[in-house]
Design a protein around this ligand. Structure first.
Ligand SMILES: O=C(O)C(=O)C[C@]1(C(=O)O)C=C[C@@H](O)C=C1
Length: 378
C-alpha cells in the first residue's frame, strides 16, 4: 500500500480545483459571447443537438465507464448553468420570455358573476362566499367541468374549483380541467371542512343504514364510518347533493356526510358532529378567470409541463428553479392520456411574474419542456 498522506492529497485537489474554477469561468465568459451572438441573431439559447454532440464528444475523452457516466452528468449540468446565464443576459436585453400575462393593480371582486359546482350549501358555495363576499352574485352547475365551460364561454366571470384537501390530497380530475380549458388561476381560498352526519328530522343514529356523500368526504370520515361496518356508503357528486337527496327521500335510514351549512339549509338533524378523521381539515379552492392577469402582490405561480420520458429530464428541468433561487412548494404528476405511462407535471412555486428570477426560470422551462403552460400567478 502506498503511504498516502491525506493532507498531501487535499493539497493536490486544491490545486486541481483552482484550475477547474478558472476554466469554468473561462467557459462561462465564452458562453456570454454566445449569448451576445444569440441576442443579435435571435437564435434560441437551447440547442439540443449541440448538447448531445458535446456530451458524446467529452465522453469519448474519458477512459473508464465510470468516468464516462460522470463526465456526462457534469457536462449536462455545466450546459444547464450556461443556459441559465444566457437567459439572464437575454432578459437584461428585454428579450426574456413573453409570459402572455398582464399585471393589474388588484383582481376585481365587485359586480362579478361567480359559478360553483354542486348545490347551495356545498363547500364550493362556502368558498365562493368567503372569497367574493356574502352578497356576491353566485350560481351553480352540476359538474366541476361545467364551471370551467361557463367561464371559458363568458357566462361567468369566475369559477370556484376545489383542488386540494389537507387530508385526502389532490382533487385529481380537476387538475386535468386546468389544462383542458383556457382559464387562468387568479386566486385561491382555504375553507375549513368540518363534516357532520346529517339525517332527516327525528332520525336517530341507530336508524342509519345508508350514507351518501362525495367520495372525498367519505374518505375524510373513514374512522367514524368504519365503526359502522353495516352502513352502505354511496358516493354522489357533492356533499350538498347528498344532503338534498336524503331530505327529498324522507327516509330515516339514510344519512348524508355534509357541512353544517348544508344541514341548516335543508333543515336536517345533526346525528354526529365533526366526524372527519383529522380536525382542522381544510380544502383549498382555486378561483379561475378568463383573462391572463396577475396582481402586483401575487406570490404564487402555477405551471404545467411535459418533458421527455427519459432518465434525468425531471432533474434537469427542475434545475431552472434551483439556479434562479425559486422556491418550489408543490409538485404533482398526472398521466398524459394520449401517451401511455408518460406524465405531465404540475408545479407551484413562490414568486411574481415580474420577478427576474421567475422570468428566467420560466424562459428555461418553456425552452426545455415539450409543452409548458403558465396556469396563473395569484
Ligand atoms: O453552443 C451553444 O449554442 C451554446 O449556447 C453553448 C451551450 C454550452 O454551454 O455548451 C449552451 C447551451 C446550448 O444548449 C448548447 C451549448
Amino acid at each position: 500500500m502506498k503511504n498516502l498522506d491525506l493532507k498531501e492529497c487535499r493539497d493536490k485537489l486544491d490545486v486541481i480545483d483552482k484550475k477547474i474554477v478558472r476554466l469554468f469561468e473561462e467557459r462561462m465568459s465564452v458562453c456570454g459571447d454566445v449569448a451576445e451572438y444569440k441576442i443579435g441573431t435571435g437564435k434560441a439559447v437551447y440547442d439540443a443537438a449541440r448538447e448531445a454532440q458535446k456530451i458524446a464528444a467529452v465522453q469519448e475523452l474519458a477512459h473508464s465507464e465510470f468516468n464516462k457516466e460522470a463526465v456526462k452528468e457534469i457536462f449536462s449540468q455545466l450546459m444547464s448553468v450556461s443556459r441559465r446565464y444566457q437567459y439572464s443576459l437575454l432578459s437584461a436585453h428585454g428579450m426574456g420570455m413573453d409570459t402572455g400575462f398582464t399585471e393589474v393593480e388588484t383582481i376585481g371582486k365587485k359586480n362579478k358573476k361567480i359559478v360553483f359546482q354542486g348545490v347551495e350549501g356545498a363547500y364550493s358555495h362556502a368558498a365562493a362566499k368567503l372569497y367574493f363576499g356574502e352578497d356576491a352574485d353566485l350560481y351553480h352547475v352540476p359538474e366541476f367541468e361545467d364551471t370551467m365551460r361557463e367561464v371559458e364561454e363568458g357566462r361567468a366571470d369566475y369559477a370556484v374549483l376545489p383542488i386540494e384537501n389537507s387530508t385526502a390530497g389532490f382533487v385529481i380530475n380537476n387538475y386535468d380541467l386546468l389544462l383542458k380549458y383556457k382559464n387562468y388561476i387568479v386566486g385561491e381560498v382555504y375553507v375549513p371542512v368540518a363534516h357532520m352526519l346529517l339525517g332527516v328530522p327525528g332520525a336517530e343514529l341507530s336508524d342509519i343504514r345508508t350514507v351518501y356523500s362525495h367520495a372525498q368526504a367519505l374518505a375524510q370520515s373513514s374512522d367514524f364510518l368504519s365503526a359502522h361496518k353495516d352502513w352502505k356508503q354511496i358516493a354522489v357528486l357533492n356533499t350538498a347533493v347528498a344532503a338534498k337527496k336524503v331530505m327529498e327521500e324522507k327516509d330515516p335510514s339514510q344519512a348524508a356526510v355534509a357541512s353544517r351549512t348544508a344541514g341548516e339549509l335543508y333543515g336536517m338533524e345533526i346525528l354526529a358532529k365533526e366526524i372527519n378523521n383529522v380536525k382542522g381539515n381544510t380544502t383549498r379552492f382555486l378561483i379561475l378567470g378568463k383573462e391572463p392577469v396577475y396582481a402586483k402582490t401575487a406570490g404564487k405561480v402555477s405551471v404545467a409541463f411535459e418533458i421527455a420520458h427519459k432518465s434525468g429530464s425531471l432533474y434537469n428541468i427542475l434545475g431552472n428553479f434551483i439556479f434562479n433561487n425559486v422556491n418550489m412548494t408543490m409538485i404533482e404528476s398526472r398521466p398524459i392520456p394520449e401517451k401511455s405511462f408518460e406524465y405531465r407535471f404540475f408545479v407551484d412555486f413562490e414568486g411574481n411574474l415580474s420577478d427576474a428570477g421567475v422570468r428566467n426560470a420560466l424562459t428555461g422551462l418553456a425552452a426545455e419542456a415539450s409543452v409548458m403552460r403558465i396556469l396563473g400567478n395569484y
